[in-house]
Design a protein around this ligand. Structure first.
Ligand SMILES: [Zn+2]
Ligand SMILES: [Zn+2]
Length: 519
């Protein structure tokens, strides 16, 4: 199969040329775009790796866990397509880098990982998740020697389904893998599973058991995986790639549509950012100060993941404690289940807090056992040591300050976002004539007022008439201003301040009129 691919790649120099041209064009707009091709002989492309500037920035913030995944049959040469993904502060999948390869040998994957390392200024992820392909594993051991390597839960479940052909087996296998058990319990459950289905001789199953240290919860507990254990994540990415790319695409078409998909993903992040900054969710638990603190600190998506933990902490009881030199150990049990005990260690006056369940280390949000200790100590804010910066609303604050996040990149990112906003707006606004007229007028009014401001600011044309309506542009419509709030871009009926005035008291609305008159 790979020979066929290599042959196809050799026969298509003009397509390779177009693909490289496309990347060169991207590089012209994005100075920090990284791309690299690898050719065995002249004209014969073997691998093509690229990653754009915004994702290189994202990697600095969210590169702690990287999934490394190959998909097939996404282009007309049937070349494997490798994507490096991560998770942002809204718990959304983001793409760090992508690569088209013609084979899946150790050498190829070593080259791919070396490009990744080069693009990311040598920063190695602390965890890598793969589908378990041997060549990937070998390459990871060679290029990322200290990195923890784990297998993707979704791929394992999918392979279990195809190899064992039993939905009941898959669901029990899933329980063994994702259930929060201790090692002896896991082993016991596994033996029961193997016996029940009479599959002691199944080669696939034995191989998987050999690799249990890279997939069973009891072995990987305490290793951070940034929300990667949700099995729907991998599936979601695969279906998104499938939606944006078609099997008949050549290389340049494939890259172009894949980049469109990245634009869509960026818009999703922008939208989550917008939702996250808007309002405060209604408090639902009885430990309101902690819930409020979480709502302020975490992004909305992460807050919604955290709230059920606050609820569960209500069923936790601190049954005993022990004071040591520099710390206090609290023994925590679930209400009405006294047999299982968790140990929460409160070190150095709360500067470090750990729990024997290690969920803080795995997920980056505190567990219900720690919360029950906070409640017992009447702590009303989530201690700093329990807040992981990458899950907070401020996670991306440092990015806009960094020098490599150039203004060109910001502009192209904004363009992407506004395009998507306009598309969404157009879809709903075209439904009726009334909406169409309103939306069209709003957009054109705003456009002409910006345009006029820009032209008014150029030194060759002196600012006249307040800079909004330069003379000599007699054909230009005067930018409409709202008669209610005096701002451009909308009219009295669509004014956001309208309701404020309508519902405010007589006195305050009079005061407002006075202020505007003074100006
Ligand atoms: Zn715990
Ligand atoms: Zn207004």
């Amino acid at each position: 199969m790979y020979n066929q691919i290599a042959k196809a790649m050799r026969e298509i120099p003009e397509d390779v040329g177009r693909a490289l041209n496309y990347l060169e064009g991207m590089a012209a707009n994005d100075k920090s775009l990284y791309y690299k091709e690898f050719r065995a002989t002249v004209g014969r492309l073997l691998n093509l790796f690229w990653c754009d500037g915004l994702y290189r920035e994202d990697y600095k913030l969210f590169g702690d866990v990287v999934a490394f995944d190959a998909t097939y049959n996404k282009n007309k040469y049937r070349c494997p397509f490798v994507v490096f993904t991560g998770v942002n502060h809204h718990n959304q999948t983001i793409v760090f880098a992508a690569c088209i390869v013609t084979d899946e040998t150790d050498e190829t994957y070593i080259w791919v990982l070396q490009q990744f390392l080069e693009a990311m200024d040598g920063r190695v992820p602390s965890s890598v998740i793969t589908d378990g392909a041997r060549a990937m594993k070998n390459a990871i051991e060679k290029v990322f020697p200290g990195t923890h390597h784990r297998l993707c839960a979704w791929h394992l479940l999918r392979n279990a389904t195809t190899n064992m052909c039993s939905p009941r087996f898959t669901s029990k296998f899933r329980d063994c893998m994702l259930g929060d058990y201790e090692i002896p319990v896991f082993r016991n459950k596994w033996h029961i599973l193997v016996e029940e289905f009479g599959v002691e001789e199944k080669e696939w199953l034995n191989e998987i058991y050999e690799k249990r240290r890279s997939w069973a919860t009891c072995y990987i507990r305490g290793k951070f995986f940034a929300g990667f254990r949700t099995t729907s994540r991998c599936e979601g990415l695969h279906s998104l790639i499938g939606k944006y790319t078609k099997p008949h695409y050549d290389l340049s078409e494939f890259i172009e549509h894949f980049q469109r998909m990245l634009g869509h993903m960026r818009f999703r992040e922008f939208y989550a950012e917008y939702e996250s900054a808007r309002g405060v969710p209604v408090m639902q638990t009885c430990i309101e100060p902690l819930e409020m603190c979480a709502a302020d600190t975490y992004t909305r998506e992460v807050f919604f993941l955290f709230r059920p933990i606050l609820v569960r902490s209500g069923a936790m009881r601190v049954v005993d404690y022990q004071t040591r030199d520099n710390s206090i150990i609290y023994y925590v049990c679930r209400y009405a289940k006294p047999t299982k005990v968790w140990e929460v260690e409160w070190v150095d006056n709360g500067n470090a807090i750990t729990c024997s369940c290690m969920r803080m280390e795995s997920f980056g949000i505190p567990c219900e056992h720690i919360i029950s200790v906070l409640v017992r100590r009447d702590v009303r804010e989530i201690p700093k040591c329990l807040v992981l910066h990458r899950w907070t609303k401020k996670a991306k604050e440092s990015m806009s300050e960094s020098s490599s996040f150039t203004s060109e990149l910001q502009v192209s990112n904004r363009l992407c976002i506004l395009n998507e906003c306009a598309r969404m707006m157009s879809e709903v606004a075209c439904a009726t004539t009334e909406r169409f007229h309103e939306a069209r007028d709003l957009m054109l009014d705003l456009y002409s007022s910006y345009k006029a401001l820009d032209e008014g600011n150029t030194p060759s044309k002196p600012r006249l008439g307040g800079g909004t309506n330069p003379k000599g542009h007699s054909g230009r419509k005067k930018p409409q201003r709202c008669s209610n709030c005096k701002k451009p871009g909308h009219n009295k009926t669509s004014c956001s301040k309208r309701n404020e005035n309508a519902f405010s008291t007589q006195g305050s609305s009079t005061r407002q009129t006075d202020v505007s008159r003074q100006k």
